[in-house]
Design a protein around this ligand. Structure first.
Ligand SMILES: [Zn+2]
Length: 372
């Protein structure tokens, strides 16, 4: 057994409180380092159950001596957000102290790293990677930690930045399964796509998320020094595993099993995985993803089940105005602004003007600009 647990205490922001993050480590031999966390958006409860199942499965693999490399599991990434409960409503996505979205504001250290690496990289890829990893660690360690939220974010990112593979488990509000992957990670993340079999894979470099903050820096450095042997030793993905109410042992156990098979594919767990089924879908570039807003407020009722493929202009919802004296005048139809797959709705049907109420993945296909 190699299982150890590191407990990192966050700086207290009020007297008498102390929150902690727990990093479960499994280490055996030389192999890839993998980092998986859940519920950075602390209201996205399914990830907590997925990591519960994944932790049990990795403990079992460790007991059998199957770990070849290092696995770090963080079953709850955001203890601050987990406590963000207001009058019985779990918040968890945006910091209650005004600090914003917990999965935004990540340090973009690529250009700073590029400047610090000038004249120091050669043609030895392993030596370059050791040097770059040390620079990334030093840059992260030097960043100020002015409050509990930033201290938490940097504790997570510092740990993830040591890894070769970073997975961040999220959900939409109401949705079919999806993934978000940076273009630089896509080739190696195809194995995860095959295992998880999401309905949507959004390939994008914007906005900078937790996962892409850990992997994009390598892409930035490699682009700045094309003559140096650097590679892309860290790849990452954000998994959007359905909606916030899709909480069950059956779903979470299936998702954890898919991630376990991906870990076997990656070589960090040595037991054989069953043959993967090639994913039949198409990758969606950023321009294929439409987050459609409502022009009016009211109560939205959807007319199509999630997962429906619609044509542009198809009637997909109505927004009901409860203040209309004549109910016949009290409905505003919403038409799909583009063709595509309806993949995410909202949870609270009482909407305000300009709220995002539906996400559509169009049929534009992402292909890499050049072979990786
Ligand atoms: Zn999220």
């Amino acid at each position: 057994m190699t299982h150890t647990i590191d407990t990192v205490a966050l700086p207290a922001t009020s007297p008498g409180t102390c929150r902690q993050i727990r990093f479960h480590r499994f280490k055996g031999g030389s192999g890839p380092r993998v980092y998986v966390q859940a519920a950075l958006h602390a209201n996205e409860t399914p990830g907590l159950v997925i990591l519960h199942h994944l932790l049990a499965a990795v403990i079992e693999a460790d007991r059998k001596g199957e770990i070849q490399g290092e696995i770090v599991l963080v079953p709850y990434a955001n203890p601050i957000g987990l406590s963000d409960n207001v009058l019985g409503n779990q918040i968890g996505r945006e910091a209650l102290d005004g600090g914003g979205n917990y999965n935004r504001g990540w340090p973009d250290l690529g250009q700073l790293a590029v400047s610090r690496l000038a004249g120091r990289l050669g043609d030895d890829q392993m030596a370059n990677q050791v040097l770059i990893r040390a620079e990334i660690a030093a840059l992260l360690a030097a960043l100020p930690r002015p409050n509990e939220v930033v201290a938490m974010q940097l504790a997570l990112l510092s740990e993830a930045s040591r890894a070769d593979i970073v997975l961040d488990v999220h959900t939409e509000l109401v949705a079919v399964p999806g993934m978000v992957v940076g273009p630089w990670s896509m080739t190696r993340m195809q194995a995860l796509v095959d295992r998880v079999a999401p309905d949507v894979v959004h390939v994008t470099d914007t906005p900078l998320l937790f996962d892409s903050a850990s992997s994009r820096i390598w892409h930035t450095i490699a682009e700045a020094y094309p003559e140096a042997a650097i590679g892309q030793p860290c790849v990452s993905a954000t998994l959007e595993l359905r909606g916030v109410t899709d909480v069950s042992d059956e779903l979470a156990g299936g998702d954890a099993a898919a991630i376990m098979d991906f870990l076997r594919d990656s070589g960090v767990i040595t037991s054989p995985a069953p043959a993967a089924t090639p994913w039949p879908g198409t990758l969606s570039p950023h321009k294929a993803i439409l987050m459609q807003r409502t022009p009016v407020g009211g109560v939205i009722v959807y007319r199509q089940p999630l997962g429906t493929r619609v044509a542009q202009g198809q009637h997909i919802a109505d927004i009901i105005d409860p203040a209309a004296d004549d109910p016949e005048q009290g409905r505003t139809p919403l038409f799909a602004a583009r063709e595509g797959l309806l993949y995410a709705y909202i949870l609270n049907h009482l909407v305000r003007p300009n709220d995002i109420v539906v996400k559509i993945a169009g049929s534009d296909v992402w292909t890499p600009e050049a072979p990786e």
